[in-house]
Design a protein around this ligand. Structure first.
Ligand code: B12
Ligand SMILES: *[C@@H]1O[C@H](CO)[C@@H](O)[C@H](O)[C@H]1NC(C)=O
Length: 138
């Protein structure tokens, strides 16, 4: 092969490879999400945190990462035998069966507000999601 053909061939090969490498690399970048703590029962201000979620990672993972890096944010959960992690308390405030209070999971996505039909162990946040943990009554 002549010098020019070899160079042309290598350039073409690189062009084919580069997009693949870039797409893969971007999948390793964590996405930023916001976590907003709302109390619909007591008149306290909303608190918003920013945290990261890995590619296709679950909300519980993002909450754990936030708890490790931010001393203001704490949460507890119990393990339901059928549905997995049930969020019990956020920043020291716990839901109570006798008072019919619980932490509801809501999400403001780019397409509007939703109430996910899964809990924190199954919900997979999307980039720029605003996750709302809302202390409320059932
Ligand atoms: C009543 C109910 C609730 C009540 C429970 C109050 C209570 N102490 O009784 C409240 C309002 C708290 C609730 C909350 C939520 N719920 Co609910 N709930 C139900 C419902 C209608 C009946 C459960 C029941 O009483 N079963 C009978 C009893 C005898 O069985 P049990 O095993 O003891 O039931 C317990 C569990 O179901 C548990 N539980 C209830 N909801 C959830 C959700 C999750 C994620 C977990 C881990 C446990 C759990 O609480 C029950 C009482 O202790 C079911 C649907 C159904 N028909 O089964 C949905 C259901 C279980 N809930 C569901 C969901 C998604 C939620 C929420 C995540 C909704 C939200 N976006 O906020 C939240 C939980 C948030 C959190 N803090 O983690 C889903 C779970 C699906 C899944 N694979 O994750 C179901 C199946 C409904 C649906 N959308 O399809 N829920
Ligand atoms: C807190 O957030 C909720 C949900 O987005 C909103 O409805 C409410 O007005 C906010 N409260 C305050 C005091 O900003």
């Amino acid at each position: 092969m002549s010098m020019i053909t070899t160079t042309t061939f290598l350039s073409a090969a690189l062009l084919l490879l580069v997009p693949g490498i870039l797409t893969q690399a971007s999948s390793y970048e964590p996405d930023s999400i916001q976590l907003m703590i709302v109390n619909s029962i007591a008149n306290v201000p909303n608190v918003t945190y920013t945290t990261d979620v890995v590619f296709r990672g679950i909300l519980l993972g993002a909450m754990r990462r936030l708890q490790e890096t931010n001393t203001d944010f704490r949460f507890t959960y119990t393990e339901d035998p059928n549905y997995g992690p049930f969020l019990v308390s956020v920043n020291g405030l716990a839901g109570d069966n006798t008072e019919h209070t619980y932490w509801e999971l809501l999400v403001k996505t780019s397409e509007g507000a939703i109430r996910p039909n899964v809990g924190i162990g199954c919900y997979i946040p999307q980039r720029n999601d605003i996750i709302i943990l809302k202390f409320t009554i059932w």
